[in-house]
Design a binder for this molecule. Structure first.
Ligand code: F6P
Length: 255
């Protein structure tokens, strides 16, 4: 029974990879487990894949959220030193401090015995102020590191869920909905076609940079995120998706 379960999962992984037209899919079987258990299982699987691919990478971007927090938490502690630098790909984004990208970058770099570079910028800053903040030395070096990211590991959110979690204003929330946003990742909102429809006003990875990346690992599971995953998969086909069976089954229906 266990073998057939594994065969079923690898078939499902293959179908999702083909339907979404992405590089690779890793699926965690949905057992009767709590939400936190499946997130931890995804995080562990993503960690194993990440460690198998880390060689040759110098600057790794990460984002915040509960899934990425679990990723950092589940990563095994390395005994060796690492030359790698971990950078938050985006500012705080209105998240609780524990699950902010800065904290997660520090956690991951400690696990790898690597370096980190933090981003100290407030959320929702006026466009005119962004320019002057970027020129501050401590911010500038991190912004340069973000431009040099050669790998990105990130969480994916359902657009409405994320707008609510960020306590977005009523006007902004209505705008995001009106523009048909279904997903949110690294501070950008996208429609089902994977077109950017809105961007959070803070400092961080640019969409063009994301589109050029060769190594990207997106971690997101649960049926509520299926549409969001589909939309993100359409932006850059180099995506390696780590998800769970329930999101994958729903993705089959959508594609
Ligand atoms: O706010 C950071 C972030 O990575 C978002 O870009 C993403 O939509 C969200 O967190 C995912 O959060 P979670 O893993 O908690 O669902």
């Amino acid at each position: 029974e266990f073998i057939s379960e594994i065969k079923g999962i690898s078939k499902l992984e293959e179908s999702i990879t083909n339907r979404l037209g992405i590089k690779k899919t890793i699926i965690i079987p949905s057992q009767l487990q709590s939400d936190t258990d499946f997130v931890n299982d995804m995080a562990k699987a993503a960690g194993r894949y990440f460690l198998s691919e880390i060689k040759g990478h110098k600057t790794i971007g990460i984002t915040g959220g509960t899934t990425m927090y679990s990723f950092a938490n589940c990563l095994p502690q390395s005994k060796k030193q690492s030359e790698v630098t971990i950078v938050p790909a985006r500012g705080g984004l209105g998240e609780e401090v524990e699950i902010q990208a800065n904290n997660i970058a520090a956690m991951i770099s400690k696990k790898l015995n690597g370096n980190y570079s933090l981003l100290h910028v407030p959320d929702n800053i006026d466009k005119s102020i962004i320019e002057s903040i970027i020129s501050l030395p401590q911010v500038k070096s991190t912004v340069e590191a973000i431009d040099n990211i050669d790998m990105l590991i990130f969480g994916i959110g359902n657009a409405e869920d994320m707008a609510k979690r960020r306590k977005t204003s009523f006007e902004e929330f209505e705008l995001i909905k009106k523009k048909g946003a279904v997903s949110e990742a690294f501070g950008h909102y996208f429609n089902i076609e994977g077109e950017q429809v809105h961007e959070t006003s803070t400092i961080g990875i640019k969409l063009d940079k994301y589109k050029e990346l060769k190594d990207i690992i997106g971690i997101a599971g649960g049926k509520r995120k299926a549409e969001a995953i589909l939309s993100i998969a359409r932006i850059n086909s180099n995506l390696v998706l780590v998800t769970d069976e329930s999101a994958a089954q729903y993705l089959l229906k959508l594609t």
